[in-house]
Write a protein that binds this ligand. Structure first.
Ligand code: IPE
Ligand code: IPE
Ligand code: MG
Length: 239
């Protein structure tokens, strides 16, 4: 499919991050189990990735499982792990052929070895792709990421006076990825829930009421149109 099939007005974000929220409520509204919502959310992710490729977005970051999500019922946690494993098995080839580079954000320890190996393999296999960088926050927490960065800075013997914002950024899971321009949280919740708390310092936020499984290409375009009207001042004044 051609790039930019839809003409977008004004500034286009190079990096979009999404808190894919509302799977459970989507399912509940249909009298289905929560896992059915997670399955529907996964199918939607496929569509949104393709839409991002069409719109010429360079980086897409998604929040798939937070460090706090371990506190959900055992069956739901197991189900979510299984879904990720299935997605990698099913989609890796297609994502690779679309030129998608996969990156993992989060800690892989604590995740079962077979899944860990699949994630590492997917990252390795796609590392030279450059059409879209897809960062997957899985067992990801913004505070945990900063703790991990501090631990590694200390391990590397970095002197206090050498710690700069740029250096800290290089120690985060997102090292080398530009900060998100736009963070979208679906489902109408108005909070960040431990997502990209360092990188999102100057991101624009967008909160559609739509549950994640229904957030389609048209909704994404609406988000991009809204973004194009934002005046990003970074603490300064407009020219
Ligand atoms: C987001 O949907 C997916 C994950 C957190 C894994 P939820 O499961 O949080 O859906 P709601 O918020 O309960 O509707
Ligand atoms: C954030 O959603 C995590 C993901 C979407 C993976 P949650 O549904 O877990 O967040 P809270 O509990 O509403 O803050
Ligand atoms: Mg939720």
């Amino acid at each position: 499919m051609a790039k930019n099939t839809v003409k977008l007005p004004g500034q286009v974000p190079s990096h979009i991050a999404i808190i894919m929220d509302g799977n459970g409520r989507w399912a509940q509204a249909r009298g289905l189990p929560r896992l059915a919502g997670h399955h529907a959310g996964t199918e939607n992710l496929r569509r949104v990735i393709t839409a991002c490729v069409d719109f010429g977005i360079q980086y897409l970051t998604i929040y798939a499982f937070s460090t706090e999500n371990w506190g959900r019922p055992f069956e739901e946690v197991q189900g979510l792990m299984g879904i990720l494993e299935d997605v990698i098995d099913r989609e890796l080839k297609e994502l690779d052929s679309q030129g998608v580079q996969l990156r993992h954000l989060g800690r892989l320890d604590g995740i079962k070895p077979s899944l860990r190996q699949k994630v590492n393999n997917a990252v390795e296999k796609t590392k030279n792709n450059s059409r879209l960088v897809l960062c997957i926050g899985f067992n990801y927490g913004g505070r945990d990421e900063i703790v991990c960065a501090i631990q590694n800075l200390i391990k590397d013997g970095i002197k206090p006076e050498d710690v700069t914002e740029e250096l800290v950024s290089q120690y985060l899971f997102t090292a080398g990825v530009p900060d998100p321009d736009l963070i979208i949280r679906t489902s109408g919740e108005l909070r960040g829930s431990n997502f990209l708390i360092w990188q999102g310092a100057y991101s624009e936020w967008y909160f559609p009421a739509t549950y994640w499984p229904d957030f389609d290409k048209q909704e994404l375009q609406r988000a991009l149109e809204e973004y194009s009207k934002r005046d990003r001042r970074y603490g300064k004044v407009s020219p």
